[in-house]
Design a protein around this ligand. Structure first.
Ligand code: XMP
Length: 532
């Protein structure tokens, strides 16, 4: 649920570019609210949103291909400022009567772009080298060969006669390079000029106002009805819970399903914070201890996807049962979920890619159950428009402790996918203990875990060791540490050898059933962050 407000909005129209989320982030970093929409969005809907500006993304196609994503000329004649990036710039040129050609070779990577028009609103205080160039990131084969009538060329490269063009009077701007990526040194400045100077946004969108507006909008929408939320203790559901509790107080009920696959002490920690004696003591917190049920279900199951599916289904079953009981007490109208923006973009607009791992998000119920329980079909999703770091900022604004706000991501299926092969209480216990030691030592050593994800897992390997005078035949713990900003790609973290040695010593000495400790060096790709 995005609160209905009159905030200034810039729309990113997606033509299949891989950097669409980055564009949205950069705009929001200028304190201007921004949403991504598919290029198929009709103009009437765009106009209804009263956007301050539109940014067209890049994309892999050629404007001349019959099946390429496109938009009609009317987009450029609606009186709204437009910035076309890469493919978006070619589309602008093509639609308005310019000429787009295919180059014999692509221009790719770092490129020094000569700024021809320092008086351009986009480039006004862009710093250039002595030769008038600024370093940009290019990735294209087609290029604009001649600009439409009324446009002027504002930048070029040796290979690209129109690296940027504009019709300032009509507020139409285009750049062949990608200002949204960090390799374009002055890119953020250019985007800021577009949204603030060209579109006229005031740049006053703040997380504080987001929290206030959202609480008011939730209060108005929900009225005197009751809301049910699946709380996992992760940052998304935590912030959702606090926003809702601020808005509707006792009308909120939170169900926390403890599947027995959480990190050491985590179930109790969640209860301590959200239970009746916790900081947010009015959440009607219900803890369901379902560990035994999960372990019974997982007995003998080894295949990762099967485990994920079973764990997901069991969650729905248990949560559904609780919801059924609560629905019987009357007054429940809404389910709430901690869905965040990347979830929305990936599920609503993403390409139909191969299923690498089936993720399940805690909090969702299947549609038929929602109908059966008489809940409103549309769940309440107050964070639907936010990126993770923005969710964290809202969390801090709301006074949620940093420990919870900066909690590392933890997968819905929990340690179930950090134990390779069959999941047993004994193996989960080993991982919990090893993981606690590992994270404790990393913290002591001052390793910044916020830069990625750090955890212990259990390989399914048993091997021979020697302890004292005895032969052992025990498990190998895998320590994993990755640095990542988007969780799509990741590099193994360079943890000092001495820290790893301390972890190894402590884990082997303190955790029964372990005689080896391995550090996982794989990056993603080809590895994934979790082991299953
Ligand atoms: P992978 O292992 O796919 O993980 O590289 C990428 C990120 O996603 C998290 N992850 C999950 N999160 N439900 C979740 O809510 C899941 O089923 C799930 N599987 C992986 C993982 O922890 C990492 O942050």
């Amino acid at each position: 649920m995005a609160p209905e407000t009159k905030r200034e909005t810039v729309i990113v129209l997606d033509f299949g570019g891989q950097y669409k989320q980055l564009i949205a982030r950069r705009v929001r970093e200028c304190h201007v609210y921004c949403e991504i929409h598919p290029h198929t969005m009709p103009l009437s809907e765009i106009l209804a949103m009263k956007p301050m500006g539109i940014i067209l993304t890049g994309g892999p196609n050629s404007v001349y291909a019959a099946d390429s994503p496109t938009y009609g000329k009317e987009l450029f004649e609606a009186g709204i400022p437009v910035l076309g990036i890469c493919y978006g710039s070619q589309l602008m040129a093509y639609r308005l009567g310019g000429e787009v050609k295919t180059a014999p070779v692509s221009e790719y990577g770092h490129t020094d772009v000569t700024i021809d028009a320092k008086d351009s609103a986009l480039f006004s205080d862009v710093e250039t080298a002595a030769d008038g160039t600024t370093r940009c990131w290019m990735s294209h084969t087609d290029y604009i060969a001649s600009v439409p009538e009324g446009f002027r060329i504002t930048a070029h490269t040796p290979a690209c006669p129109v690296a940027a063009m504009e019709n300032a009077e009509k507020k139409l701007y285009a750049v062949q390079f990608h200002p949204e990526v960090m390799h374009t040194v002055e890119g953020t400045k250019m985007l800021r000029h577009f949204v603030l100077d060209v579109c006229g946004c005031s740049g006053d969108w703040q997380m504080k106002s987001f929290a206030e507006e959202t609480i008011a909008a939730l209060r108005e929408k929900i009225g005197s009805d009751r809301v049910l939320l699946g709380l996992s203790g992760g940052v998304d559901s935590t912030v959702t819970a606090v926003l809702l509790s601020r808005a509707i107080g006792k009308q909120l009920t939170c169900v926390f399903v403890d599947h027995g696959l959480l990190r050491k002490n985590e179930g109790d920690e969640v209860e301590a914070v959200f239970g009746p004696n916790g900081q947010f003591g009015n959440l009607n917190f219900i803890r369901v201890n379902a560990g035994e049920e999960y372990f019974a279900m997982l007995k003998g199951v080894e295949e990762p996807e099967k485990k994920r599916k079973l764990i997901g289904e069991k969650f729905v079953e248990i949560f559904g049962n609780e919801a059924r009981k609560l629905a019987g007490t009357g007054g429940f109208r809404y389910m709430a979920q901690g869905t965040i923006y990347p979830d929305v973009v990936e599920s609503g607009m993403g390409a139909a890619g191969a299923v690498i791992k089936s993720h399940h998000n805690v909090g969702g119920l299947p549609h038929d159950l929602v109908v059966e329980l008489g809940f409103d079909e549309k769940p309440i999703e107050p964070l639907r428009s936010l990126f993770k770091d923005e969710v964290r900022k809202v969390g801090l604004e709301l006074g949620i402790p940093e420990k919870l706000v900066f909690r590392q991501p933890f997968p819905g299926p929990g340690l179930g996918i950090r134990v390779v092969g069959e999941v047993t209480p004994e193996k989960v216990h080993i991982v919990q203990e090893a993981d606690a030691i590992y994270r404790e030592e990393l913290e002591k050593a001052g390793i910044d875990m916020g830069k990625g994800q750090f955890f212990a897992a259990l390989s399914n390997m048993r091997s021979v060791g020697v302890m004292g005078d005895h032969r052992t035949y025990d498990y190998a713990v895998v320590l994993r540490g990755v640095i990542t900003s988007d969780f799509m790609t990741a590099e193994a973290a360079e943890i000092p050898w001495s820290v790893l040695q301390t972890c190894m010593n402590r884990i082997i000495n303190e955790v029964r059933g372990v005689n080896r400790v391995l550090y996982d060096l794989s990056s993603k790709p080809p590895g994934t962050i979790e082991l299953e």
